[in-house]
Ligand binder design. Sequence first.
Ligand code: ADP
Ligand code: MG
Length: 663
Amino acid sequence: MIKIVDRQPLVFTIADRCKTCYTCIRECPAKAISMQNGQANVIAERCIGCGNCVKVCTRKAKSFYNEEQQVLDLLATDPNVVACVAPAFPAEFKEYEDHRIVVGMIKKLGFDKVVEVSFGADLVAMKYKEILQNQKSKKFISSDCPAIVSYITKYYPNLTNSLAPVVSPLMAIVKVIKSLYGENRKVVFIGPCIAKKTESSSPDHVLTFKELRSLFEQKNIVAIDCNPVEFDPPLGGRGAVFPISRGIINTINVEENLVQGNIIVAEGRENFKEAISEFDNGYIDDHNLELLCCEGCIMGPGMYSEGKRYENRAFVTRYVRKKLDNLDYEDWQKNYEKFKDIPLDRSFLEDDSRVKAPTIEEIEELYQKMGKFEEQDRLDCHACGYESCREHAIAVLRGLAEIDMCLPYTLDKLKNMVDELNTKNNKLESVQQALKQSEKLAHLGQLAAGIAHEINNPLGVVIMYSNIMLDEVSPDSPEYEDLKLITDQALRCKNIVSGLLNFARKNKVKFTSVNICEFVNNCLKAVIIPENITVDQKCYLSNFNTSIDEEQMTQAITNIIKNAIEAMPDGGNLNIELSNEKENLKMVFVDTGSGIKDEHMDKLFTPFFTTKEIGKGTGLGLPTTYGIIKMHKGKINVESNSDPNKAQTGTKFTITLPQLNEL
Ligand code: ADP
Ligand code: MG
């Protein structure tokens, strides 16, 4: 059994860079990325190390286990370290026409030997050929791609047995290196693959080409300072084409092509999954599968220069052609004979990471929660990163995804939020308006109270003395009428002053318990109702008893009733309704009068505002009413329409008083 190395976390998110685009979720073949609080996290147990997420994240928010420092430390203390370089290297170092420059640069880092992995691939290819020829009845899945091996052992554990029981070219070359250069030699693999970091413990470290380039930079290693040198033996042969698709077939076909028709090649995250699924379902189980997780190792996530797929391929094949043209075949054959018997067998362990699927009922319940009530609500738009609404729902139920990842759902939610905010905004605006009004009235109240208080006493003296004098003169005397006029007008002034005092809330309230329905009825009786006006009074109260200052409230209610009647000179209807609203007593007065013009609405409660003729209105009715209602800790609200083209004209006054027994 091959020891798996625990280099964790192999792939991880750099939190500050992740911006919830769901691209990594979409591109992860193992669905190993969960979304939590808007951050995409890699779930180590589910990750197959393919590095797709690293490749596709444009914000560079995905990174992988870095071994640069460990390798530098090793090179600093050990002069005998061997580097082995993956056959994809010509696609990485396109800038150097002569591969020997790259070898020279690697040596300059401090490596003693630099060996090609491709000789290992030669050995492995022969082993494949042997297996395929000897066990024609059994069909195999290639096991040279560590991400594919991981995918099968985790998600198709039943197919673990079908993995070709052969080591990877890297593991083979490490065996060769140890046998050729000494068992104690430390080996560092350099290649395009992240998954190799956990494939086996046979190399001591695994560097990607990205890390290698970073080491060159850290150590200021540039091509012109390095001597071009050839790879150390053993030199690889046709195995150098391994990293491109059909690599195994091409390598095997050195001599014959009898197995080719039997092999299905699939590469890239969609294709390999499809091939495995069909193999599992028995559709193609009479074929062997050659699978690569990337589109060939030449497109691996550890490549620094990602490049174009066919250009990368061309660089590798050009290198192989040149290599084979110059290959000392005798020398290769000698090496092959020498190492062909080293054991290349391998076995695999199941690592079942499948999660139990949620039930149809659970999925259905979640759909309801997300507002996806009908089939047509499930758009399968892929915006969440999952292939269908169903897959997204399953991921949510498994705790891997969040509901908010669904774009239509989130848009709907946002729209509702905007509507709600608008309503709240409107409410806030009207409250602000009311606040402004009440502030204005409070200032006026202070002024009015001051004046009223000052006038009240002298006025009392005028009334008292004019009454004394009135008592003293005979009604027939010429002064009597004049004195009478003085007394009447002084009394009128007193009424105005007491109105002002009420408005300014300078009076005290004296609460008594009354039957509010009877009370309103009595107020109605105190007002002369013309014949052309009908009055309807409705009581919807559960409890008629209420505590009010009877005298003051009489004044407030009669003011409202009088105003309504005065607004209906040509007749009409006054509707009075008493009801409970939550904890409050609500009194509504609706008339069918002339209505109040919009521009008058915010002046109604200002003292002395009147639209009535001089002598008819004082403009103190509503301010007084307002003051009285405020003293009762209540609210007064008015709505009106004065435009007959819009609707029936009229005015509605609503008075709400808190549960009065609390006062
Ligand atoms: P006054 O009745 O002395 O004019 P108020 O303070 O009672 O003073 O009312 C102020 C003004 O509000 C009135 O002049 C009138 O223009 C308007 N008003 C009050 N109630 C009504 C109503 N029910 N219908 C139409 N206008 C009204
Ligand atoms: Mg009035």
